[in-house]
Design a protein around this ligand. Sequence first.
Ligand SMILES: [Cu+2]
Length: 289
Amino acid sequence: MTDVSAGLRGARKLGAFAFALVATFVAPVCAFAAGAGYAEPGQIVMQAAETPIAREMHFFHNAILMPIITAVSLFVLALLIYVMVRFNEKANPTPSRTTHHAGLEVVWTIVPVLILVVIAVPSFRLLNHQLILPKGDITMKVTGKQWYWSYEYPKDQGGGFGFDSLMKPENELKPGDLRLLAVDNEAVVPVGKTIRVQVTAADVIHSFTIPSFGIRIDAVPGRLNETWFKAEREGVYYGQCSKLCGKDHAFMPIAFRVVSEQQYAAWLVEAKKKYASAGGSVTLADARR
Ligand SMILES: [Cu+2]
């Protein structure tokens, strides 16, 4: 190989390396302004947090995991570069024959363990907050079905009805509707209230996920899982089924409209009338299938 082509190859490698660096560290900053409730085109960071749990998740990721991962990666990179420069064949023609170093081995075992302990403490705290449910203001039930969601609002909380929520097909989209996310019947909840969500499935395993709320829980037939959220701002927040469940897995979005308490009370009255005639949660969509 000539010197020139070797040089060119080296330059190309360096270029690729620089590109990888930029893609890893600079690009995320550019796309940092994430929208709430749905993913923006080109966005690669998490959707804006709208609940205490989602905020805690973001803190855990951004303030604890990211700095640790970045520091570890840079440290390993620095070690690699040092070894490449200091111990290549030219710089170090007669290599050392050392194979063990007790002190070093203790350090590279203990330090990773300590890093894991540092990560474990906030991680278990977050898990506790997610899995130990607070007393709820409202309990609702969500059932995953092939391929839509059903929501039920219990009678003792002003509900007593259920309905199906199906993705709006493209030809029914109105201006402002999000393609693949807008649904015919949104679930409605009041702002600032603790909502307990009981999640199950009627046919196969689905997964109920709303990124902005920081919730993702499997919907398993014959099993009742439970999660909770407390939305802090009014708006519409979207999610998608997050467990492969069949051919229309990608077309069963979740849409939650968070409204003021008065609007919620008004919606309850209206929904009771609207969905009473639908006869509960199964008929409409089953007929459409
Ligand atoms: Cu599904």
